[in-house]
Ligand binder design. Sequence first.
Ligand code: ADP
Ligand code: ZN
Ligand code: ZN
Length: 688
Amino acid sequence: MLVAQPIEPQAPVIARVAVPTPLRRSFDYLLPHDLLIDNPELKPGSRLLVPFGNRELTAVLLEIDSHSSLDVNKLKTVIRILDKEPLIPAHLLDLWLWAAKYYQHPIGDALQTLMPAGLRGTAPARHKHRAMDKNKPTADHPYPAEQEQQLNADQQAACDQITTALGGYKGFLLDGVTGSGKTEVYLQAIAQTRAAGKQALVLVPEISLTPQTLARFQQRFDEPIAVLHSGLTPRQRLNAWLSASSGQAGIIIGTRSAVFTPMATPGLIIVDEEHDNSFKQQDGFRYSARDLAVMRASAEQIPVVLGSATPSLESLQNALTGRYTRLQLTERAGAASKPAFVLIDTQAQHMEQGFSGKLLEHITQHLRDGNQVLVFINRRGFAPVLQCGDCGWTAECKFCDARLTIHKSPPHLCCHHCERRHPIFRHCPDCGGKSMHPVGVGTERSEAFLQHCFPTTDVIRIDRDVTRKKDELERLLGKVQQGEPCILVGTQMLAKGHHFPKVTLVAVLEADSGLFSADFRGQEFMAQLLTQVAGRAGRAEQPGEVLIQTQHATHQSLQTLISKGYHALAEQLIQERQNTLMPPFTHLACIRAEAINSQAPLDFLMKTRALTEQLCDTLNLQTRIMINGPLPAPMEKRANRFRQQLLVRAPHRQDLQLLLGKLCLQLEGLTSQRQVRWSIDVDPQDMM
Ligand code: ADP
Ligand code: ZN
Ligand code: ZN
């Protein structure tokens, strides 16, 4: 980016700006001299009001230039300069422009990730109330105050390496088993960052931003903490953003988009649970907040810590090649020990509503000992299938290649892919039979069954249906913290980052869905999820036990995971990725197209493939780029649209970038693009 050049008095001054539109380009406007006289210090990152069509839009200044590739006499004129000081510091604007380019996304459309809603208009960049929002909705949280812990040797070594690196760029992978005290390392590294007068930015996955995480930070630091997540009102978000950018808040905690929060005195960035999928935006501007955090740290010359008990294969590989420094915590902190794993072969067991007799016995025992039990099922609703007992017909979604899930309260069928609802069939639409019955288990059914088996015990269900109600998640988690014996039943919401000291038994109802996934990351995700959910067991003095029910007890990946642990399986998976030339050994982009008929996306991607091949010829990349497809998406029809994808891979990132930049401009110009909705996903996470 260019900074304002000294400009001759009468020469035209061009403002190159990003405007909130879905076009892959910037726009030029004339900057009138009278506006410049009032704002001699005008710098990129300031907002300008500009005419656009018959509207007036708030744009962000990218650069000031004396030339335009367009006819200067035809340029429209900037109406007003909205900020005296740049709202977005230069290095952050650079990062964001880099990201828009890298992820092949129109800059104007990416603007809203950069700016809090409160500043997308013309309002001045000022706090919207007297004092800063101290983010104490959680003042009466149920968590006992936690003292600063005396770090153990591994923790101390990790903390020392991080704090020694303050003041320059260094990438760390904090690779520590669940309960090993990673958070304690963050807290103490942040304390030293603050002592040096610098700010710390902590990125967390959406769901782990529970009051518990926040409470731990708030209890430890007697100073304002800016919190940024999707549940804020525009005013709260604006205030948090401004207190971060002014330096008033020394610590900023936020989810994905918080990676773009300006800091007055950046000191340290932490990405907690770095393997978590929520760091990658899955639609629109498909950026990875984890990867941008590393880019940002290197631009701002500060250390970045990626922490996880189950690091992504990408980060592990970066640690192996020395790009990141690996900090290992191999033991649980304090008095806690690692839980013991047991596989239950459901083929060899009598099963009732998804539960084996063995599992029910273990639950009884743990409750009798006064402990808590966590039952994990990665599926909400009552049952995943409604089937006719006479002819085998199953209820499917009209709009998706998927079955309708049965829900009981209120009774209905629902497609979890397009949200379509349908009354429950009493008769089979195919044969007229009356024996319609649920097949399989979801959280609702397990909750009902467990309540039936353990009538005097509290059964607490935690999934997206229950927690839709405001503050319900906090209420339920608070109940668990009180420590009475209870059974928690829930989806992966339970797997993430929670610290339940009284949970001693974790049960996984079926471990099989990830074993045969069509997604090349399927096994990696399965291993992360199982390890994380298992990590909720035995986090305090009482030892934990993990029971995993499976129909594939001899599956090699599952065996490796159970007997040797996540890292042993990860090593095998890394080897497989190397053999198949998949990430992290290649860089991948997925071009998706969808339409209401099945032919249009196929035609579009055939054309895309031909264009890609042509570009490879012109750019001399034939041997450096691999193209697969078009192929139907693993779920070909979704929400009444047929979906195809084309995969483009390259061992070298720059080759892929060069190709994609040119390809996207060509695709924008294709007439057939009007019949399809297409998108490009660089470093895709979810291939479904
Ligand atoms: P992680 O983030 O790795 O899952 P946490 O930081 O949540 O682990 O730590 C798990 C538990 O261990 C917490 O209750 C924490 O207070 C405790 N803990 C952390 N470090 C120590 C330590 N050095 N000594 C004693 N207890 C510790
Ligand atoms: Zn039937
Ligand atoms: Zn559907």
